[in-house]
Design a protein around this ligand. Structure first.
Ligand code: ZN
Length: 489
């Protein structure tokens, strides 16, 4: 039966959970939109904005439920999942025609390692939920579980990392739902998990293995009429679950044998590519200093600190590379540290004052600790900025704007330090330019990321150096105390 104006229940639950950072993630860390508030996102750069715009054009009657999103961070408290689920039935109607979910796919809570699988299972138990089409979009860094594939009809992954296509992927998933509603065809999800677990710096889609896997996925989609979408889920290594790792799914109406053949191709390509030398090799702090001092380049050196990858859930205040800049007496350099305590301490000072602060090093026991430093206060702000790039990796969470919280810019010798009150992944240059700092004019800048910064920093970098420092997003997975994920030894 085809409704001309189908009622589609829309909800969002979005968190990438890092199980090895110290601080848990509570309800207060989530940005929550309810009912009509969700509709205000229509047309913005987020996945929710994309699906709402599609819904309007397709003539869906949207039942907005609730949208929970937070930046990547530590293990989620059980109360968050229960709070979310308490709100879902408010907008539920047994007469709905479909469900659309905006998910991340790598969310874990203290007692629920597979949050998305559990939530999808609960949808199936709602009155009328047993047989309704459930579609959704998820982040390329998802750890996809059998329960997710059992309870959803179709989930569609982002295809790019940096995630310039989060909104586009949401629209693709919505258009597949529209196809299902109009044709009456019900797709299913066929899952292939692998034993591969990749650190974030191996999951960029500009390079292999992901580039070749995405290309193969597109070939399989265009070669088979019954394959609606092929997902390459790169996984999120710091989420410690039995589902952690690289997986593939086929969405469509192909036979089990056809799906298995396509999944075999994807898996064997992944295994082959896993053996190649990673394109990104990290260097030691000593080598980084030697390069900065003895082999200067004309232009900006981007010093990448993957161990403090904010987009991966790290605290953004690790002092490893900051100490390198200080020790190397590097001139015309900048670093951003998330340090609300220092920002608060500066709130009563006048511009130009000299203050001694204990900078950074408070967010993880893996850091040697705060750096005591005499600094000059250059400016303060409310930390609000509009994204310069609507396809920014940040847009998948933030939409069009980001709040860094109260900020201060201080200087010590030749080093400019931007202090924020909210962790701000370095995915949009508006972060710096809103503070009067122009990264392209610097000699060196510290970037706390793995690869997602490249969309904005590649065009302005004369060179990019990945440096090994201690931190929760370490590239040495064997150094982390995994309990569930099977890390190869
Ligand atoms: Zn991601």
């Amino acid at each position: 039966m085809l409704a001309s104006s189908p009622q589609v229940f829309v909800a969002g639950l979005f968190h990438e959970t890092h199980d090895f950072v110290d601080a848990p993630t509570g309800l207060g860390d989530f940005e929550i939109r309810r009912g009509e508030e969700m509709l205000a996102c229509v047309g913005d750069s987020s996945p929710l904005g994309g699906v709402l715009e599609f819904a309007r054009e397709a003539g869906w009657q949207v039942l907005p439920s609730v949208d929970y999103r937070a930046m990547p961070s530590g293990t989620v408290g059980d109360e968050v999942i229960e709070a979310f689920w308490t709100e879902v039935p408010d907008a539920w109607s047994p007469d709905i025609d479909a469900v659309y979910l905006v998910l991340h796919g790598a969310m874990t809570a203290s007692s629920t390692p597979d949050v998305e699988g559990e939530i999808l299972r609960r949808f199936r138990e709602l009155p009328g939920g047993g047989d309704v089409p459930i579609f959704g979009v998820y982040d390329l860094h998802a750890n996809i579980s059998p329960a997710m594939c059992e309870h959803a009809d179709a989930l569609v992954a982002y295809r790019e990392n940096p995630h310039s296509d989060a909104r586009e992927a949401a629209v693709r998933a919505a258009s597949l739902l529209d196809r299902c509603l109009k044709s009456g065809e019900r797709p299913s999800l066929s899952l292939r998990r692998t034993s591969l677990i990749w650190i974030p710096s191996r999951t960029g889609t500009v390079t292999d293995p992901m580039n070749a896997l995405e290309r193969l996925a597109r070939e399989l989609e265009s070669a088979h009429e019954k394959i609606w979408a092929v997902n390459v889920a790169a996984g999120f290594a710091y989420s410690d679950t039995v589902d952690t790792g690289v997986s593939f799914q086929i969405v469509g109406t192909a036979t089990d044998a056809e799906n298995a053949a396509a999944l075999d191709e994807l898996e064997s390509l992944a295994i082959t590519l896993d053996a190649i030398e990673p394109e990104i090799a990290e260097i030691s702090p000593d080598d980084a200093i030697a390069l900065l001092r003895d082999h200067p380049v004309d232009g900006l050196t981007v010093l990448v600190e993957p161990s403090d990858n904010i987009g991966g859930g790290a605290p953004g205040d690790m002092t490893g590379l900051f100490r390198i800049l200080l020790g190397g007496e590097i001139e015309n350099a900048a670093v951003c540290l998330n340090d609300p305590e220092s920002v608060a301490q500066l709130s009563n000072h006048a511009i130009g004052d000299r203050v001694t602060l204990s900078l950074g090093g408070k967010g993880s026991r893996l850091d040697p600790g705060p750096v005591p430093l005499d600094v000059e206060l250059l400016s303060r702000s409310d930390g609000h900025f509009a994204l310069e790039d609507p396809k920014s990796h940040l847009a998948s969470v933030a939409g069009d704007r980001f709040e860094m919280g109260p900020c201060a810019v201080v200087r010590h010798a030749g080093i400019i330090i931007l202090l924020t009150s909210t962790r701000t992944p370095p995915f949009d240059l508006g972060q710096w330019r809103s503070q009067g700092i122009h990264p392209e004019t610097l000699t060196a800048i510290v970037v706390k990321a793995a690869v997602a910064h490249r969309r904005v920093y590649d065009p302005i970098a004369a060179r990019m150096l990945w440096v090994t420092t201690p931190g929760p997003c370490t590239s040495d997975l064997k150094s982390l105390p995994f309990r569930h994920a099977k890390i190869a030894t």
